[in-house]
Design a protein around this ligand. Structure first.
Ligand SMILES: Cc1cc2nc3c(=O)[nH]c(=O)nc-3n(C[C@H](O)[C@H](O)[C@H](O)COP(=O)(O)OP(=O)(O)OC[C@H]3O[C@@H](n4cnc5c(N)ncnc54)[C@H](O)[C@@H]3O)c2cc1C
Length: 467
């Protein structure tokens, strides 16, 4: 009955039920969660989405929205009951409007992030959201997880880049909030409710996004340091020297670099000797390359003089800049090749990062002797990917089975002690739902539940995720 109603709404070819057709939609990117669904449904426009949601509301069928399925918290994977449908937004992939004077691009939710960057670029603008999964992740998924990435320091998270949204509500009504305004103080900000909601409050079908002038030049440098505290002192120096041209301030430890060079032998450290920590800096300038390079040179000299850095390499070409970025961007893949990790995507106030790492590293080493830390992240945003590898030559599966929960608890308790967040940019999904409830106050959880009940009284929108 449900399937025939859905087939009337979208052509039958777009209601997938055969296991070979649905499999890719039922497991998350990391392969941690696999669920079942009555069908995978692929509408091609907002009205079809609205009609599908209305049918599901009528039949009390849970809906799991899905974009590129690159999320890291299991938010786009249905539960094993098989009761839900997966609603893939992939076919809503049109650029509706580009307005260079207003500095906006209006796109449908299933547009792939890289395509949106290219469309903005084609019109002479910059859409700055950038992350390693940009070839598959969609704008709807980016907004629903409030994605971060490598340019947050300068341009903000996905939330800061959205001016307006179009959303299909759990009732099947369409909220046309696609405003292209930078100022709009006409009541509660409904847009912000849906951003970061991970599909639990409605289906985002389109967004009006900010674009920026394209920088004329970009220069990258890798700086070698002896400590995390030196990296923290370097940040304000970089901000005051480079001003708004500072677009990335990424951080990784020597272990990260060793993993990358071991698993990707074509990549090399540009330094003769090893250093404890590294900072990757990028400047995006509206003057020519010489100006950006001079700013970086001045920063490196000041940092050397103050004893904050031990060495520096400033890329002399775009290709060299790319290879420095590759060192940073290959860390996740190198880690995966090395073996299993217990991953934490956390944030703490930037000024507390060194103390957080020192104290938490020591605590973990004492409680789980031999573990190996893989720490990297977006230092300029206070966001660490603080990952724990089991001791060398241990039975990985056994370590995970016996210790994973204790490691999570130890790290997340520390995060709470430092007034941080247990999910900086990947969201809660099904992975951290229980953890989140441990750390949010009852007042905050009750407010979130009240919002959920008001917008989705039938609890059909991505149930079991976030709250
Ligand atoms: C290699 C790699 C690197 C990554 N790097 C980063 C990074 O640097 N920063 C970062 O923040 N994330 C990163 N991620 C995580 C991921 O790419 C982001 O979370 C991305 O925003 C998810 O987009 P998606 O289209 O794949 O969403 P999906 O995985 O399909 O869905 C994610 C969540 O959003 C919901 N959703 C999807 N579309 C909609 C919609 N239209 N309406 C309502 N709800 C919807 C889903 O139900 C789910 O809860 C990375 C992932 C990978 C695999």
């Amino acid at each position: 009955m449900l399937l025939s109603r859905l087939r009337e709404t979208v052509r039958s070819a777009q209601v997938l039920t055969a296991p070979e057709d649905t499999a890719a939609y039922l497991t998350d990117w990391r392969g941690r969660f696999t669920g079942r669904a009555q069908a995978v449904v692929l509408p091609s426009n907002t009205h079809e989405v609205a009609a599908i949601v209305s049918v599901c509301a009528e039949m009390r069928t849970p809906i799991v929205p899905q974009g590129g399925n690159t999320g890291l918290a299991g938010g786009a994977t249905p539960d094993p009951s098989g009761a839900a449908i997966v609603l893939s937004l992939k076919r809503l992939n049109r650029v509706r409007e580009i307005d260079p004077i207003n500095g906006t691009i209006t796109v449908e939710a299933g547009c792939v992030l890289h395509d949106v960057q290219q469309a903005a670029y084609g019109a002479g603008g910059l859409f700055p959201l950038s992350l390693a999964a940009e070839g598959s992740a969609t704008i709807g998924g980016n907004l629903s997880t409030n994605a971060g990435g490598t340019q947050v320091l300068r341009y903000g998270n996905a939330r800061e880049l959205a001016l307006g949204l179009e959303v299909v509500l759990p009732s099947g009504e369409i909220w046309s909030g696609l405003r292209a305004l930078r100022k709009d103080n006409t009541g509660y900000d409904l847009r912000d409710l849906f951003i970061g909601a991970e599909g639990t409050l409605g289906v985002i079908t389109a967004a009006c996004l900010k674009t920026f002038p394209l920088p004329r030049s970009q220069v990258t440098a890798l700086l070698a340091l002896d400590s995390v505290s030196a990296a923290l002192s370097l940040l304000p120096l970089a901000q005051s020297t480079a001003g708004p041209t500072l677009t990335a301030f990424e951080f990784f430890s020597i272990r990260c670099l060793q993993l990358v060079t071991r698993h990707f032998p074509q990549q090399r450290s540009p330094f003769e000797r090893a250093h404890a920590q590294y900072v990757l800096l990028e400047l995006s300038d509206h003057e020519d390359e010489r100006h950006a390079a001079a700013l970086l040179q001045s920063l490196a000299e000041q940092a050397l003089e103050k004893g904050l850095i031990a060495d520096a390499v400033i890329a002399q070409s775009a290709a060299q800049g790319r290879s420095l970025w590759m060192l940073r961007e290959s860390i996740s893949e190198a880690q995966a090749r090395e073996g299993k990790n217990i991953k934490h995507d956390i944030s703490v106030p930037i000024s507390s990062i060194a103390r957080f790492i020192d104290e938490t590293d020591a605590l973990l080493a004492q409680r789980f002797p031999g573990i190996r830390m893989v720490t990297f992240g977006h230092l300029g945003d206070g966001n660490l990917h603080y990952n724990v590898m089991p001791p060398a030559a241990t039975d990985e599966d056994r370590f995970f089975h016996e210790q994973q929960s204790a490691v999570y608890e130890c790290v997340h308790d520390q995060v709470a002690r430092f007034s941080g967040s247990i999910s900086a940019e990947h969201g809660i999904g099904q992975l951290k739902r229980e953890e989140n409830m441990r750390y949010k106050s009852p007042v905050e959880m009750n407010l979130m539940r009240a919002i959920k009940r008001t917008l989705d009284p039938l609890n059909i929108m991505n149930p079991g995720k976030v709250i």
